[in-house]
Design a protein around this ligand. Structure first.
Ligand code: DAH
Length: 347
C-alpha cells in the first residue's frame, strides 16, 4: 500500500502543475479524493488491513492526503492567478512616456482649487481634508441643523443603509447614519473638535447631493470651505478676506456684496454675490457665489469652545461655479466627461 500511496503522490505532483482551468482542477481532484478517487479507494481497503498494521497505515494515508491537499491548494491558487492575469491583460509599464504627444494638463477644477488654496495659504490658512463619507452629527447636528431641516431629507442626501460600516469614520452616537457629505462644512466640526483656537483652515473636496444633472447641477460636485476662529473676529474681516480672494482670482474690477440669508451654523449669515462683468460669458450684474457668516455660538458650544471668548467666520462655495466664471464655461457637465478637446484648453 505504501508504494501505491507514493505512486499516487508522484503522479499528482506531475499532473496538477499542468492544470489550466477550474474544470480541469475539479476533474483532477475527483480522480484523487472524490467518492471514486484513487485515494478514496485505498481508504476503503483499510478494513482488509490486519488490525496491528492499521494505525501505521492510517497514519500514512492521512499524511498522503495532507500532502495531496497542499498540492491541490497550490494548483487552485495558480489557476486563480492565471485568471486574474488574463483579466488584467498584458503588463503595463506606467513609467513609459505617454502615447499622446506632449505632457498632460491639469483639470480646470484642479487649477481653481490650487489657486484658491494658494491665495488662502498666503492669508495664513492651512489646507486640510475631511472624509467624504460623513455622519449626521458632523454634517448636520453639530452645524446646528435641526432634525426636520429639508437639507437632511432622504430626497436630497445620500444616506447609507444602516448596516454599512466605515471603520475609519468616527461616529458621535451609535444610532446616527452614515451619509455622503452634502457640504464641506462638516470639516469645520472635525477641525474644531481635534484642535483648539486660533484656527485658520481651508478645506476643498467633493460633496454629494441628490440632484438630477443639468447644465448647472451635478449630484457630485466640489466645494471649498473656510473657517477662521480667533478673538475679536468681525464681519469686516470676513468681507475683507472675500474681497481679497475674488480680486486675486478675477481681477481688481471684481466687487462683492453680502445679502442676508439663513444658515444654521452662522449668525448673521449671508449669501455672497460677485460683480465681475469683465469675465467671459457673464451677462448678469450680480452672480451668487457662496454662503458665509459669523460662526453661531451654538456651534462653538457644541465643540466646547466658550462663545464669550471665541468668535469666527466661515464660508463655503462651489468650485465648479468659480471655474465656470473664470473660464467662461456654460455647462457643468463638461467637467466630468473627460473630453480631451475640452481639457486641453487649460494647459
Ligand atoms: N454649506 C453651505 C452650502 O453648502 C455653504 C456655506 C454657507 C458654508 C455658510 C459656510 C457658511 O461655512 O458659513 O451651501
Amino acid at each position: 500500500m505504501q508504494d501505491t500511496l507514493s505512486a499516487i503522490l508522484a503522479k499528482a505532483s506531475s499532473e496538477l502543475v499542468n492544470l489550466k482551468t477550474r474544470a480541469d482542477f475539479e476533474a483532477a481532484k475527483a480522480r484523487y479524493v472524490g467518492p471514486n478517487g484513487e485515494l478514496t479507494a485505498l481508504m476503503k481497503q483499510m478494513g482488509a488491513v490486519p488490525k496491528e498494521q492499521r494505525p501505521a497505515m492510517g497514519k500514512l494515508i492521512n499524511e498522503t492526503k495532507a500532502q495531496l491537499q497542499v498540492q491541490l491548494d497550490s494548483a487552485l491558487a495558480r489557476i486563480g492567478d492565471r485568471e486574474i492575469a488574463a483579466q488584467l491583460g498584458p503588463a503595463v509599464d506606467p513609467t513609459l512616456p505617454s502615447p499622446d504627444a506632449g505632457r498632460g494638463t491639469y483639470h480646470p477644477l484642479t487649477l481653481v482649487r490650487e489657486e484658491m488654496c494658494r491665495i488662502l495659504r498666503k492669508a495664513g490658512f492651512t489646507v486640510i481634508e475631511g472624509p467624504e463619507v460623513e455622519t449626521e452629527y458632523y454634517c448636520f447636528d453639530a452645524l446646528n441643523t435641526p432634525p426636520d431641516h429639508p437639507a437632511r431629507d432622504a430626497q436630497d442626501t445620500f444616506y447609507f443603509p444602516e448596516k454599512a460600516r466605515f471603520g475609519n469614520v468616527t461616529k458621535k452616537t451609535p444610532e446616527e447614519k452614515y451619509l455622503l457629505r452634502t457640504h464641506t462644512s462638516s470639516v469645520q466640526i472635525r477641525t474644531m473638535l481635534k484642535g483648539s483656537p486660533p484656527i485658520r483652515i481651508v478645506s476643498p473636496g467633493r460633496v454629494y447631493r441628490r440632484d438630477t444633472s443639468d447644465a448647472t447641477h451635478s449630484a457630485n460636485f466640489h466645494q471649498i470651505e473656510c473657517l477662521y476662529v480667533d478673538k475679536n473676529v468681525t464681519v469686516r474681516d470676513l468681507k475683507a478676506l472675500l474681497d481679497y480672494i475674488f480680486a486675486s482670482l478675477f481681477g481688481k474690477d471684481t466687487k462683492t456684496r453680502f445679502r442676508p440669508h439663513y444658515f444654521g451654523y452662522t449668525e448673521p449669515s449671508f449669501e455672497v454675490d460677485l460683480s465681475a462683468q469683465h469675465l467671459p460669458k457673464v451677462n448678469k450684474e450680480w452672480i451668487e457665489i457662496g454662503g458665509c457668516g459669523m460662526v453661531d455660538p451654538a456651534v462653538f458650544e457644541g465643540v466646547g469652545y466658550d462663545p464669550e471668548i471665541w468668535t469666527g467666520y466661515a464660508f463655503g462655495m462651489g468650485l465648479e461655479r468659480l471655474a465656470m466664471l473664470m473660464y467662461g464655461i456654460d455647462d457643468i457637465r463638461y467637467f466630468y466627461q473627460n473630453d480631451l478637446r475640452f481639457l486641453k484648453q487649460f494647459a
